[in-house]
Design a protein around this ligand. Structure first.
Ligand code: SOE
Length: 388
């Protein structure tokens, strides 16, 4: 079976996704052969340079034209959040399987429409919350399912970065509500809520405080989606920031657990600090993406005189996904999680199986995030089932 991939968008995610498509057949045994068929990019010259670097066969300057092509089987959407729903719906209605970068869409209603069209068309969809497929996170899931933590009391998540603390950082799309939906609440919180749902269960209510720290920023230089520190925005007109810079949530869970989730892009020294602590009646698990090959495990059930957190180095061939790479101790990185996810995706396409998280998960995640926005605005605890 051959799968022809059409990618919409480039940049950081373009490189992470293209790398994963390029590595998949080299490291995972599957009957699916990946072909990098097309890049959709408005700027033909940039698209051609990207296609040449990564080995895509063609460039389309109109994403609709790429979706309409008979020689495209999978549409991989990496655009800013506002464009996700339109592109995903058009691709699914054209019979294409769809991968979409997180966050799923601007509102839970948009996610719901995406999920409904996925059901109607029967295509396979995947919402790229890649951190589920960090081996240490997948091992945590196994250990929780084996009952090693017992009854779960708390999920305490954080996703902290520091990359916009410079008030000269320009007003890119990430800082505009109509393009991004929210700030770190969506960009980072979508990841951590996905992990909370995956590892502990469904949140039922949220209390939240959101804060915008730098209230206006200089406009970006033409086309600056990303910004290298120190790049001058001197003299550019300033415009309001319309999203949160930080969001702090308290969560109630369906299974009785309570917890928290903190996100910020003003957390000095935190480079990509996506972490969780899960506390149960028989022990605890702690994970930190900045040390992604380790899982801290506390086992209350034995040897009370010698208890303590111990680091599990998650590099054994028996650990999830690790066998595809290197012998024990030869650690892997961020980019490998995309290969893991895309392998599972193509296997779901090949077998007609289900891939998660999908757009239904995107709706559930976005309801939690929008409940947080309502909670902050109205100063009260918001039940998720109020959003209907
Ligand atoms: C920026 O916050 C970002 O690139 C997120 O958008 C990604 O989803 C995350 O994996 C790394 O940080």
């Amino acid at each position: 079976m051959k799968l022809n991939i059409g990618i919409i968008g480039m940049g950081f995610m373009g490189r992470a996704h293209s790398n994963a498509w390029s590595q998949l057949n080299k490291f995972f045994d599957t009957d699916v052969e990946i072909c990098l068929k097309a890049v959709a990019c408005r700027d033909k010259a940039r698209g051609e340079a990207f296609a040449k670097k990564w080995g895509y066969e063609s460039v389309e300057t109109d994403w609709r034209a790429m979706i309409a092509r008979d020689d495209i089987d999978v549409v991989d959407i990496l655009t800013p959040t506002y464009a996700h729903k339109e592109m995903a719906v058009e691709a699914m209605k054209a019979g294409k399987h769809v991968i979409c970068e997180k966050p799923c869409a601007l509102t839970w209603q948009e996610c719901h429409e995406m999920a409904e069209v996925a059901k109607e068309t029967g295509v396979v969809t995947y919402l790229n919350h890649n951190y589920r497929r960090v081996p240490a996170v997948a091992l945590a899931k196994q250990m929780i399912e084996e009952g090693r933590l017992g009854t779960i009391y708390h999920y305490c998540g954080k996703y902290m970065q520091e990359w916009i603390m410079d008030e000269n950082f320009p007003l890119t799309w990430h800082l505009q509500k109509e393009a991004a939906g929210a700030g770190p609440l969506y960009d980072l919180g979508s990841h951590n809520v996905d992990l909370a749902r995956y590892l502990v269960g469904e949140p039922t209510a949220v209390q939240a405080s959101l804060r915008t720290i730098v209230k206006e920023r200089p406009e970006a230089s033409a086309g600056a989606a990303t910004f290298s520190a120190g790049e001058s925005t001197e003299g550019n007109a300033k415009k309001p920031v319309t999203v949160d810079d930080a969001a702090f949530l308290i969560l109630d869970f369906e299974n009785g657990a309570i917890g928290s989730m903190d996100t910020s892009r003003f957390a000095a020294g935190r480079k990509n600090f996506n972490c969780f602590e899960i506390y149960g009646s028989k022990g605890a698990l702690c994970f930190n993406l900045e040390r992604m090959n380790e899982l801290q495990y506390y086992d209350m059930t034995n040897d009370v005189d010698h208890q303590g957190y111990r680091p599990i180095l998650v590099t054994e061939g028996s650990h999830p996904y690790v066998g595809a790479w290197w012998p024990q101790g030869h650690i892997i990185g961020y980019e490998h999680t995309f290969v893991h996810a895309f392998y599972d995706f193509v296997e779901a396409v090949r077998t007609g199986g289900k891939m998660t998280p999908d757009f239904e998960d995107g709706e559930k995640i976005t309801k939690v995030l929008q409940a947080a926005q309502i909670s902050d605005a109205e100063g009260r605890k918001v039940r998720i089932d109020e959003l209907k």
